[in-house]
Design a protein around this ligand. Structure first.
Ligand SMILES: C[S@@+](CC[C@H](N)C(=O)[O-])C[C@H]1O[C@@H](n2cnc3c(N)ncnc32)[C@H](O)[C@@H]1O
Length: 240
């Protein structure tokens, strides 16, 4: 996913105007791909990544990257006014539905005055510009099942609510952008031609999806059902 975001964002890691960040918090650092690139780009900056899952440490862990295990659904224990930037990407599957305002409140508290928060979320409601994606299309069925499986514990509409929540929490100069993530083959630009699936067909690998996401844990989709759907999606997109 990190690679796909890099393509979508044209390799831009930070959007707020911070020429020389000194301390960055990466929420839900995962395999630390984003954090590692930030430490390379800003060698003077100390980056702290936290994740609830104890990922193996990268072999080439840079000296300015500290990876810690912590739960972002609990109040943050970092000191106030500590970070120049807090980055939170693809956390809608991890942050409890009723925790978002407090999560953002924690972020605001640990940011120094004038600091920035950058949030990126994927809204899983797959849509088509020209209406060809009908309700019974496999990709649409997948997308709806995935979003349903997140509820009620997680909020699948969180990506649409970030801007309001941030403003409500007390952030100022809140700017929100919606960027389409192309999944299908009708686009004509190289960047948007089936990009996500071409780059990472493992998106649709049944074992991974069914074992590691709420779709597997909270629906009765069998791996055979899932295989049929994902094969259909791949073949519709000329990928299988
Ligand atoms: C979809 S991944 C995104 C990883 C990374 N932020 C990125 O954009 O490449 C979500 C990450 O959040 C972590 N996570 C989920 N719930 C969490 C929680 N309550 N506290 C901390 N990390 C959490 C997961 O372990 C996983 O590594």
């Amino acid at each position: 996913m990190h690679h796909i975001f890099n393509m979508m964002f044209e390799n831009r890691l930070l959007f707020p105007p911070i020429p020389r960040p000194r301390r960055i918090l990466e929420c839900g650092s995962g395999s630390a791909s984003w954090a590692m690139e930030v430490t390379e780009q800003y060698p003077e900056c100390e980056v702290i990544g936290i994740d609830v899952y104890p990922y193996p440490m990268p072999d080439d862990l840079p000296a300015n990257l500290d990876l810690q295990v912590d739960d972002l659904n609990s109040p943050s224990t970092f000191p106030s006014n500590y970070f120049d930037l807090v980055h939170s990407r693809m956390m809608a599957g991890g942050i409890h539905a009723n925790r978002w305002l407090n999560y953002m409140g924690d972020i605001l508290r640990v940011l120094r005055p004038g600091g920035w928060c950058q949030m990126v979320e994927l809204y899983f409601n797959v849509q088509s510009d020209n209406g060809t994606l009908t309700a019974n299309h496999a990709l649409q069925v997948w997308s709806q099942s995935y979003m349903q499986s997140m509820q009620p514990f997680k909020d699948p509409r969180a990506p649409l609510r970030l801007q309001n929540w941030m403003t409500q929490t007390g952030f100022v100069e809140v700017e929100s952008r919606v960027v389409n993530l192309p999944l299908s083959g009708w686009s004509n630009g190289a960047k948007s031609d089936c990009q996500a699936l071409r780059e990472n067909p493992s998106y649709l690998k049944p074992q991974q999806i069914l074992e590691t996401t709420p779709l597997g844990r909270r629906t009765d989709l069998t791996s055979t059902d899932y295989c049929h759907r994902s094969q259909y999606i791949l073949s519709r997109n000329g990928l299988a």
